[in-house]
Design a protein around this ligand. Structure first.
Ligand code: IPM
Ligand code: MG
Length: 369
């Protein structure tokens, strides 16, 4: 039996609730294909702080190092919000993980089923077919990690803080390749987003992307947009994009905008792929829902498990090369929501909402068909 070895980091509040359902779905999807899930659960975020005094305990990092991928839940919440910014669970867990595994490529699908257009703050008539785009965000460079990065006190007593946005050609090229591959599997169109009218890093970004596509992917359609315009265009007509491709901080902001126009955060998954290949010859990756820990509904059994389940599908696709199984899970989620009409509270719109477990049960039943 082929074993799929991955680390499971459920995190806080609804994290563990949706994670256990995602694991049930993953077992149901992979067992018939003769695959065995070999996962180890480890604390992260607030759970890491409470259990071991660190948002990313050394033992958790060790578990991740021994695995071929990470299935991540969500971290943070009111219990830890008085900690200093650099100790906040989100930042103190995610950023070191990205750095440790060189997770440079963040892939966030912006998918809204036509049946769920009511969930979007955009008027339904603007998106009659729903939304289907994807954001590729550079994740280990730019202003998040550039040096110097510090706060100092000036002679006159006031404080001065500095962050540095840095990019090298090779960092831009490797994420351009991910954007190109992604576009190849979809509509073949890449829109590269930058601020080349102001920033040096963006001038280099644009030049590098133009050269890279001309040389390696001349058949793909490449366009460019300034980030301020991209933010407007996304709200005006999201489907004008196919693959939205950008640097770290612009991607942080635009991907949240994309998430909100795609309706419920409970449906949004993501992949962060690393430079290393794992034991299966595929990229090591971290897979996580975009939605957060939802402390207000934690412990009630009502959270939407779909984002976590869809993140599990991405894990199968990208880190284990199981495209067909990933697709089956995505189709099962879609059919459960759109054909069976099962809805958790976040996407109910007047329907009787079902709980976390019932949703997962229905997805598993769909998989068995
Ligand atoms: C994200 C988050 C993180 C980021 C935070 C929690 C550090 O917002 O994954 O988009 O800014 O990258
Ligand atoms: Mg963000």
């Amino acid at each position: 039996m082929t074993k799929l070895k991955f680390a499971v980091l459920p995190g806080d509040y609804i994290g563990p609730e949706v994670m256990s359902e995602a694991l049930r779905v993953l077992v149901a999807a992979t067992a018939p294909a003769g695959l065995e899930l070999d996962y180890e659960i480890a604390p992260v975020g607030g759970a890491g702080i409470d259990e071991q005094g660190q948002a990313l305990p050394d033992s958790t990092l060790q578990t991740c190092r021994q695995a071929d991928a990470i299935l991540f839940g969500s971290v943070g919440g009111p219990k830890w919000e008085n900690l200093p910014p650099q100790e906040q669970p989100e930042r103190a867990a995610l950023l070191p993980l990205r750095k440790a595994f060189g997770l440079f490529a963040n892939i966030r699908p912006g998918l809204l089923y036509p049946e769920l257009t009511d969930a979007s703050p955009l008027k339904s008539e603007r998106i009659p077919e729903g939304i289907d785009i994807v954001c590729i965000r550079e994740l280990t460079g730019g202003i998040y990690f550039g040096q110097p990065k510090r706060t100092t006190q000036l002679d006159n007593g006031e404080y001065q803080a500095i962050d540095t946005m840095v990019y090298q050609t090779s960092e831009i090229e490797r994420i351009a390749e991910v954007a190109a591959i992604t576009a190849r599997g979809r509509g073949g169109r890449v829109c590269s987003v930058d601020k080349a009218n102001v920033l040096e890093t963006s001038v280099l970004w644009r030049k590098t992307v133009v050269n890279y596509f001309a040389e390696k992917h001349p058949d793909l359609e490449l366009t460019h947009m300034y980030v301020d315009n991209a933010a407007m265009q996304l709200a005006r007509d999201p489907n004008q994009f196919d693959v939205l491709f950008t640097e770290n901080m612009f991607g942080d902001i635009l991907s949240d905008e994309m998430a909100v126009i795609c309706g419920s955060l409970g449906m949004m998954s993501s992949a962060s792929l690393g430079v290393q290949r794992n034991g299966h010859g595929h990229p090591f990756g971290l897979f996580e829902p975009a939605g957060g820990t939802a402390p207000d509904i934690a412990g009630k059994g009502v959270a939407n498990p779909c984002a976590q389940i869809l993140s599990g599908a991405m894990l199968l696709r990208y880190s284990f090369g199981q495209e067909e199984l990933a697709h089956r899970i995505e189709a099962a989620v879609r059919a459960t929501v759109t054909k069976d009409g099962l809805r958790t509270g976040d996407i109910a719109f007047g329907r009787e909402p079902v709980g976390t477990k019932a949703m997962a049960d229905a997805i598993i039943a769909r998989l068995a068909r």
